[in-house]
Design a protein around this ligand. Structure first.
Ligand SMILES: NC(=O)c1ccc[n+]([C@@H]2O[C@H](COP(=O)([O-])OP(=O)(O)OC[C@H]3O[C@@H](n4cnc5c(N)ncnc54)[C@H](O)[C@@H]3O)[C@@H](O)[C@H]2O)c1
Length: 267
């Protein structure tokens, strides 16, 4: 088991990629703080995890758009685990619509959750890792939309490009403390976030036929890469943002001029 005795924190862990990550971490022997704004969902996921020898998991409420809520969640983690070895910033929201019509409120909502929330959780985790002097691993969840533009997703693309920059910057400043910071960039992955897309079978077939591996991602695909980055198997890896997208970003932009993705732009 490659995460034995690691004290891990996963935000957005009630659903999708975060829930898949919590399951993978528990299978690898970690204690997991399953945090989400959906506290019932977090409790359900945590309740399904096998308990590791190091002690029970934790289910907690966090709204990563609220610094006070993040402070309270980390205080709960401190009380339960006594420290943090791994943080996964998985809480995220999408936002769609024309940049001509987007309001600042809509913009701030996406930036606050996806970017500012990731920064503040990383800061609190890194302070604990620095104080303990044992290093640690922080894994951010960016997106192929942080590498390539997807139309009608201005704030989302900006937030995910920001996460890629945040990852590099934190890796540079925290490396001397033994704290590694990396990200994954999921492509189209079947989760709660993308559930509306899957109501249109024709669209899914068209998009999947453009993905080199000819299928959407599943949360478990992403959880495997996150587990690698969380573990000592990636001990010499920091500052990278790895596409885990079936090859999607190796081909061409996701949105724009007549692609299937652009047809879903307002979805
Ligand atoms: N699914 C995809 O195709 C895809 C592609 C690229 C990137 N991503 C990213 O992956 C991450 C996980 O998304 P997912 O697809 O698993 O979606 P999901 O909707 O299944 O899960 C997201 C979780 O985050 C939680 N959350 C949302 N806002 C929160 C907040 N303010 N505070 C705390 N928790 C909050 C939700 O309650 C939910 O449990 C997101 O950052 C998303 O942008 C997903």
């Amino acid at each position: 088991m490659i995460l034995e005795n690691k004290r891990t924190v996963v935000t957005g862990a009630a659903s999708g990629i975060g829930a898949g990550t919590a399951r993978a971490f528990a299978r690898e022997g970690a204690r997991v703080a399953v945090l989400d704004r959906d506290v019932n969902g977090a409790a359900k996921v945590a309740g399904e995890l096998a308990e590791p020898p190091a002690g029970p998991h934790l289910a907690g409420e966090v709204d990563v758009a609220s610094p006070e809520s993040i402070d309270a969640a980390f205080a709960e983690v401190d009380a339960a685990f006594g420290g943090v070895d791994v943080l996964v910033n998985c809480a995220g929201v999408r936002g769609t619509g024309s940049p001509l019509e987007a309001t600042l409120e809509e913009w701030r909502f996406v930036i606050d959750v996806n970017l500012t929330g990731s920064f503040y959780c990383a800061q609190l985790a890194a302070r604990r890792m620095a104080e303990a002097g044992t290093g640690g691993s922080i894994v951010n969840i960016a997106s192929t939309a942080g590498i390539l533009a997807v139309n009608q997703r201005t704030a989302y693309c900006a937030s995910k490009a920001g996460v890629i920059g945040l990852t590099k910057s934190l890796a540079l400043d925290l490396g001397e403390l033994g704290i590694r910071v990396n990200a994954i960039c999921p492509g189209l992955t079947r989760t709660g976030l993308t559930a509306p897309y899957y109501e249109d079978a024709g669209w899914v077939e068209q998009v999947e036929s453009d993905i080199p591996l000819r299928r959407s991602g599943q949360p478990a695909d992403l959880a495997e890469a996150i587990t690698f980055l969380a573990s000592d198997h990636s001990a010499y890896v920091t500052g990278v943002s790895i596409p885990v997208d079936g090859g999607m970003s190796a081909t061409r932009p996701l949105g724009g001029g007549g692609t299937a993705f652009s047809a879903k732009r307002a979805a």
